[in-house]
Write a protein that binds this ligand. Structure first.
Ligand SMILES: Cc1cc2nc3c(=O)[nH]c(=O)nc-3n(C[C@H](O)[C@H](O)[C@H](O)COP(=O)(O)O)c2cc1C
Length: 442
């Protein structure tokens, strides 16, 4: 067995997925969706970063319910009608060799707000597209300009869990191969975890075990719903950066609990739950959290925050501080950061064939993503041309899922949305219903 250290361009196995390198596009809200629907902005934004060669391209926080959006322009995964456009983006990401991931989120008490670039920040009333059913563990405002949330009761918590389950099924239907549960940055699940926002006196408040109970219920439900051969990550805020808030010890214990639930990686961010936070922002300022949790729990971690330089990212991996690095703003400055980082570090990585003439020297061609499970290809890239003629990929996935098509309808962009019993999955393709009918008879 090789004892060579990991590095920025070494692969990482996560269940059936092989990340071709350790670079992840960190989730970034674009506030460019319409009623939760992804737009061409998302296709180009996420697609560019797949062309750029990141191993994982993660969507922004996708709301599991309308009231779980931060703003009316957030990306959503709360309606089947969101699936086709997402599937188009997923297909593009896979065709360019990256793993499409979706961050599943509920904004909790930070919902129904104006877009961040519309200053000053304020709560939107229903007349301006906002909503009043803003929910949280406790009826505590985040800040003056934020709404006063309703304290969730058991029925409300059950609805949130059901929303996460339905959203996970839709993410599968759209073809995402990885989901990340957002439990950071002061949104609903972080609000439960932190004593600053959770003052409940029932079994969901008080001790860390109690505060972790609801986030774990959600995580357990998502894990039970998402295919077992595909990984799930959880994003946490390791600390609140406020006296009396979450500590690294708390989060390390939470990491042990999520590991026991079968979570594959902890994406380790910080802050966002209290305006009093004092964050010592600087290069790699959150990396030590990822390192401690990785060392103490044995759970894989992701490091995020002010990671901008190839050598810096490479060192985080070589020294075992984390298993992946997530880059946000640097990826906005340079969507081709992975290609540039490879050049800087003297690594040869595949380039999209269309761009190969811009590489220095000979480079391998980028191939569409392939996923193997026990030697068999699974989750094949949907190729409308091929599937329309031979149907091989879809036939296999149908058989594997034991799927029975119960209804089919055409989506506005010309795809067919097939809903089925059995796995509860939905499949989107450009294959006409007659083709599916012919399969059903076999
Ligand atoms: C424009 C923008 C939008 C963001 N939206 C999200 C989000 O949807 N979900 C999330 O977990 N973090 C979000 N973040 C935080 C980033 O994922 C990342 O954790 C943070 O920016 C620190 O990394 P960086 O220094 O590489 O930018 C956002 C950051 C930016 C700059």
């Amino acid at each position: 067995m090789s004892t060579a250290p990991n590095h920025l361009f070494s692969p990482l196995q996560q269940r059936s997925l092989t990340l071709p390198n350790r670079i992840v596009v960190s989730p970034m809200c674009e506030y460019s969706a319409v009623d939760g629907h992804a737009t061409d902005w998302h296709l180009v934004h996420l697609g560019s970063r797949a062309i750029g060669g990141a191993a994982v391209v993660m969507t922004e926080a996708a709301a599991v319910s309308p009231e779980g959006r931060i703003t009316p322009s957030d990306l959503g995964i709360y309606s089947d009608d969101h699936i086709p456009q997402l599937a188009r983006i997923v297909d593009f990401i896979k065709a360019n060799g990256s793993i499409p991931a979706m961050q599943l989120a509920h904004a909790g008490r930070k919902a129904s707000m104006s877009k961040p670039w519309e200053t000053p920040s304020r709560t939107l009333p229903p007349a301006e597209g906002g909503w009043t059913n803003v929910v949280a563990p406790s009826a505590l405002r985040f800040h003056d300009e934020y709404p006063l949330p309703h304290q969730l009761d058991r029925a409300g918590m059950d609805k949130v869990i059901a929303d996460f389950i339905a959203a996970t099924k839709r993410a599968v239907a759209a073809g995402f191969l990885l989901v990340e549960v957002h439990a950071a940055h002061g949104y609903l699940l972080h609000e439960f975890l932190s004593p600053l926002s959770n003052t409940r006196t029932d079994e969901y408040g008080g001790t860390l075990a109690n505060r972790a109970r609801f986030p774990l219920e959600v995580i357990r439900a998502v894990r039970a719903t998402f295919p077992q051969d595909l990984p799930i990550w959880v994003r946490v805020s390791a600390v609140d950066w406020v006296e009396g808030g979450l500590t690294l010890e708390d989060t390390t214990e939470f990491a042990r609990l999520v590991k026991a639930e079968g979570i594959d990686l902890l994406d380790t961010s910080s802050g966002g739950n209290d305006p009093r936070q004092q964050i010592p922002v600087g290069p790699g300022y959150q990396v030590a959290f990822a390192e401690t949790i990785r060392r103490e729990t044995g759970l894989a971690t992701g490091a995020v925050g002010f990671i901008t330089e190839p050598a810096q990212a490479d060192q985080i991996l070589r020294t075992g501080q984390a298993d992946v690095v997530l880059l946000a703003r640097e990826m906005l400055r340079d969507p081709y950061w992975p290609l540039h980082a490879a050049q800087t570090l003297g690594q040869t990585v595949p380039w999209p064939v269309q761009y190969a003439r811009a590489a220095s020297g000979e480079v391998p061609r980028r191939e569409p993503l392939k996923v193997f499970l026990k030697g068999e290809e699974v989750h094949p890239v949907r190729d409308p041309e091929k599937t329309g003629k031979s149907g091989s990929g879809f036939r296999d996935s149908l058989a594997r899922d034991g799927l029975k098509i119960t209804s089919t309808r055409q989506t506005p962009d010309g795809r067919f949305l097939h809903e089925g019993e059995g796995s509860g999955a939905m499949i989107i393709s450009r294959v006409p219903p007659e083709y599916w009918d012919s399969l059903k008879e076999k």
